[in-house]
Structure formats: C-alpha cells, structure tokens
Design a protein around this ligand. Sequence first.
Ligand SMILES: Cc1cc2nc3c(=O)[nH]c(=O)nc-3n(C[C@H](O)[C@H](O)[C@H](O)COP(=O)(O)O)c2cc1C
Length: 386
Amino acid sequence: MRAKLERDFDRFKRELPRDFPAHVRGSYRIDLTARYLGELVPHPIGKGSGQLSLNPGQLEDDAAAGLAFAVLKTVIAEDEAGTQTMAAWAIHETKMKVERRPAGAGRAGWTVSWKGRGWDRPFAEYLALVRAGRDLTRAGRLLVVPSVKYHLPRLAEPFREGEYRYTTAQLADAWREPPLLVEKDFSPTLAGDARADDRAQSLRWLEEVPRQIRAASPIPVRVAVKLMNARFDDRFQVEMMEACKGADALVVFNRLFDAEQGVAFGGWDLSDRNLRVLDSYRPPPPSSAPYRPLTGTGNICSGRMILDYARRGCESVQLHTFFQLPLSEYAATHGSRAQRALHALVFHPRDGLLAGMLELEARGALERQSGELRFLDLGAHAHRAG
Ligand SMILES: Cc1cc2nc3c(=O)[nH]c(=O)nc-3n(C[C@H](O)[C@H](O)[C@H](O)COP(=O)(O)O)c2cc1C
C-alpha cells in the first residue's frame, strides 16, 4: 500500500485522475464519501466561503479540479428597498497577503491577512453567481452553497424580518428546486465587534437565526451555522454549539480575531483552539435533540489535519488558506491550486488522508466494512459520553 501510495503521489504530480475518489476506491478499497449539510459528496474536501468563490470562473475551476463543494462568498442580507442593517460588513477591500504566522512550540502556520468583510457588489450580481452555482450543482459537477450574513439585533430589538424574507426568497428563487442550502456566517470581525461582547445576545442570535431563516424561506431550507470563535473561553464556545438547536449543521469554527491588529487570522492557534473545543463537546443524546452534523474549518493544510477534525465528528471540511499558498509549497507541478492542494491532502505518502486512514487501520482504530475503509466511519466514536 505504502509503495503504491508513493507511486501515485509521484505520478499524480502532473495531473490528478479525473475521478480520483473512484481511483481511491478501486485501488485502495477506501471509500471517501463524505457529507455536507445533509448532501452526500464524493470526498470531504470543499472550499470555505471567501475571496476564492466570488465569480463563476472560480467555481468552474473548482469543479474541474474535483473539489467536493464550494461555499460562496458571504452576502450581506437586504430588504426589498435595499436596506442592509449589517452594511458595515459590505465594504470593499481587495488586497490579501498570504504570510507565515508563528504559533506555540515553534510551529509556523499560514494565514491570510485581509481587512475586507462581505460581498461588496450589488445583490443582483450575487444572485447570478448563485444561478451559476445551481447549474454546476444540478450537473453533478460541484455542490455550491450560498452564504449570508443576516441582521443580528441587540437584545431588546426585534429581528428585521424584511431582510430575512427578501434575501432568502431571492436566493430560493435563484435556486428554484428545494431544498435551498444556506450557510449563515458568524464572522471573526463580528466576534471582534462590540455587539458580540454580550454573551446572552450571541446565544439569542444562535437560537433564533435558524428559525428566522426557515420562517423566511418560501421553500424547504437547510441551514448550516458557521460559528465564530468568540473572544470568550472554550466553555462558551461549546455553549454556542448547544444554542444552535435549529441548525441542520454547524461549521466549526471561523477564524480568530486579533484585536490589536484588527484582523482575522488562522494557523496553528486556530486549529489548536478548534480541536480542543471539539474534544470537550458532548452533544445531547439523539433521542432528545435532532442530529446536528459538523463540518470542520481552520488550518487544514494536510490530510492528517482532516483526520483530526473527522475523528472529532466532522463529516467534511472547508479550506481557504491552503488554496492560496505560493506554488512552491505544493509538491504537484501542474494544475490549479485547488488541484495541487487535493493532490497533497489525499495522496501525500506520510501526511495525506489515505496514509492516515491506512495507519489508523494498522493501529486497529478503523475497521473495514465489507472490505472497505470508510471516511464517514471516522467520526463514529466521536463525542461519546464520558
Ligand atoms: C481572505 C478570507 C476571506 C474570508 N471570507 C469569509 C466570508 O466571507 N465568509 C465566511 O464564512 N468565511 C470567510 N472566511 C473564512 C474561511 O472560509 C475559512 O473558514 C477560514 O479561513 C478557516 O480556514 P483556513 O484556515 O483553511 O483558511 C474567509 C477567510 C479568508 C482567509
């Protein structure tokens, strides 16, 4: 197996097989099938919302590369008159800087420094992007999901239902066939904002927002809540997960916020925090609460890190930074960054997903079912009580 992996890693540097999950299944008897927001996808690796899903060209490249799914840049909700209560997040900023970010124990990860926030162009252009994504989804080439930042009121204020209703109805109209899949972003800049200082206020948002979106949608909708990394302790992070009772999935967790520099950041501090919180998370038993699947995000730069999230219950992962590294950082010599990233994440003979799964099998931590190792079995033992 090891020799085969080394051979595949080497020959796929020029080009990944068109249907690499089928190759993996055939050659290694490993089933990479994963799940995002209730949809089965051929493998767990998708693109997180951000600057890499702003136009149809980027989506087309991702479909060609073989990504499992892509979440569109976050749009700021508006009402019929175009009013956006969260307009402070619709600011224009183009410059991104990919840089090293040192963390504890001498580890230097990667982060993208960027002062921007949400979608800054007209909503009509976003809807055109949603339609392009819908066509790719229907063609079975790439699951595409929009992301929204809806109004978040202060404790004494009501939710602006007009913004929820108009924005969701427009997305549903663009998507056409139910269910509509939506991610709701709670961003690091929100975590750094004064309005997130009040814990009760944040918990009210998480309880109410999925309900508001559901009530606003003219067609059945599935809601993934992308949780912020609040500026409180790990215990509160778990409280936020528990508060999201109405969500169909949780994306855990958006980037950290550096208050001094006023920027969001990633790297090892982010994955350390995320994995630590997931370790302490104990979901309520299925009999007392609906099943809420997890999707991991944060500093995923290797297959081993995918396994770290998967073994803590994540059924898929969303990356941003690893799709932005200097070309010299990828072992592959040809293809788009998404392709080169997939090559490393899946086939790296030491740190790749296949190598990691085979190692777990050798250690007796993952068993074959009907002769196959299955990605979705990795989380089976996550979050057991005690
Ligand atoms: C430049 C940049 C812009 C981002 N914009 C958004 C956004 O609009 N909405 C959102 O939900 N997440 C956004 N993210 C967060 C990413 O989707 C991802 O969850 C996060 O960066 C952690 O993954 P990573 O360590 O692989 O980058 C952004 C990240 C970066 C680096």
